[in-house]
Design a protein around this ligand. Structure first.
Ligand SMILES: Cc1cc2nc3c(=O)[nH]c(=O)nc-3n(C[C@H](O)[C@H](O)[C@H](O)COP(=O)(O)OP(=O)(O)OC[C@H]3O[C@@H](n4cnc5c(N)ncnc54)[C@H](O)[C@@H]3O)c2cc1C
Length: 381
């Protein structure tokens, strides 16, 4: 009997199972994950809630076995119709300072539930110290503030996430934290203890300490299987590992040899679609232009493309003179990236333009009266 064993039930692993089901895969599908029923991670830092992809009945209805287990060893299958797919995601990076046992992370639904309970503990609002102002740190700081906590956010950069948002947009968004009543500090954490942390020589009292300093690929199982790893489990453009043809890897824990590793929700889903095509035969759409979103302080933030390739930035301001969209152009003057606040359809428009290789004029990019539908109209004319 053909079979697919998916290790990891995050968005990549679950999407693969759903793709196989929707395409009528005629073999056994099994998902192993110690977390049990698959849930989505983005809501964890936005609402501290666990949101399941589907109810438990979906698995029974579609004959997908869900096993609550941590897989520690696996033998690579050799039969042409047997597959193992590693969708093991990432684990949070750890700080290397004394007292890390007092510092929490926000990566799993259990972390989110624990933080939610801790925030509710204080009668007049808990004091929260967040170390790291990237996507998860910034979102959690905003959520904790909204829930009534006194929040201090520590960053070692004036413009966190500038590699993905562009430095001007990153700086504007970082400055928003202070406007919303969050105390922003720059500096490095030196030490933590019960109810305090020392940052840049200053002792800060806080009941809740959270580190959000990034993630690294979870490759323990891949290492045990002898797979090739280099900033992620290395795969080709069909998601096959470079070591075994019948072992695939997808999602944040995997990296295509010719690309940098993506750590975003949409890319993980696209990996899953490619893996489904590899398993069932047929063509899969290649990866689209990278896109991610983030929500904080009532703003919806999106970024498209790759700001590390941009050498020139073009700003579009809204009617109040505030930065709304930042476009990134490469040395040849081609549009390669954009980031935006409450951009509506703009991200889709920019995605299309980058995919087609069309760059509107600088005037058009700057002109806020040119909406997403009209951007690039010269190309259509
Ligand atoms: C708090 C938070 C907020 C986020 N917000 C956004 C956002 O707003 N926008 C965005 O684009 N992206 C966001 N992301 C990133 C996005 O969630 C990830 O890109 C996505 O979850 C990656 O999916 P994945 O399936 O590769 O990995 P994961 O979601 O990490 O899932 C991996 C799964 O594998 C399981 N696993 C690992 N090892 C084993 C093993 N040996 N055996 C069995 N199971 C195993 C783990 O338990 C886990 O459930 C956020 C991430 C976090 C943590």
């Amino acid at each position: 009997m053909p079979s697919v064993h998916i290790v990891g039930g995050g968005v990549a692993g679950f999407t693969l199972a759903r793709e196989l089901v929707s395409k009528g895969y005629a073999g056994n599908i099994k998902i192993s994950d110690p977390e049990g029923l698959p849930y989505d991670r983005p809501p964890l830092s936005k609402s501290l809630q666990r949101e399941y992809f589907v109810p438990p009945a979906w698995f029974e209805q579609h004959g997908v076995s869900l096993i609550q287990e941590q897989v520690t060893e696996l033998i690579a299958p050799t039969a042409e119709d047997e597959w193992v797919v590693l969708a093991t995601g990432t684990t949070p990076k750890k700080l290397q300072v004394p007292g890390t046992e007092h510092i929490r992370s926000l990566h799993t639904a259990t972390d989110a539930a624990d933080l939610s309970a801790a925030l509710e503990d204080g009668m007049f609002g808990q004091r929260v110290l967040v170390i790291g102002a990237g996507l998860v740190g910034a979102e959690f700081a905003a959520t904790a503030k909204m829930l009534g906590a006194q929040v201090t956010l520590v960053s070692n950069s004036e413009a966190p996430l500038s590699n993905v948002l562009g430095v001007e947009m990153a700086a504007v968004l970082h400055a928003e934290h202070s406007r919303h009543g969050i105390t922003v500090l720059s500096g490095e954490l030196a030490e933590a203890g019960a109810g305090y942390a020392v940052v840049g020589g200053q002792r800060i009292e806080a009941e809740i300490l959270v580190a959000a300093i990034g993630v690294e690929p979870e490759t323990t199982l891949a290492q045990a299987m002898g797979l090739e790893i280099n900033d992620g489990i290395l795969v080709d453009d069909q998601q096959r590992t470079t070591t075994y043809r019948q072992v695939l890897a997808i999602g944040d824990g995997a990296r295509m040899t010719q690309r940098s590793r993506a750590v975003h929700w949409e890319a993980a889903m696209e990996d899953a679609a490619i893996a489904a095509a590899t398993i069932m035969g047929g063509d899969a759409r290649p990866h689209s232009v990278p896109w991610f979103w983030s929500d904080r302080h009532d703003s919806h933030i999106e970024a498209v493309g790759d700001f590390t390739r941009a050498t020139q930035h073009v700003s579009r301001l809204n009617r109040r003179g505030q930065l709304q969209v930042l476009f990134g152009l490469n040395e040849a003057g081609n549009l390669v990236a954009a980031s935006m606040i409450d951009g509506g359809q703009m991200s889709k428009a920019v995605k299309r333009l980058i995919a087609r290789g069309y760059t509107p004029s600088i005037e058009e990019l700057q002109d806020s009266s040119v909406g997403p539908r009209d951007l690039g109209r010269q190309e259509k004319a």
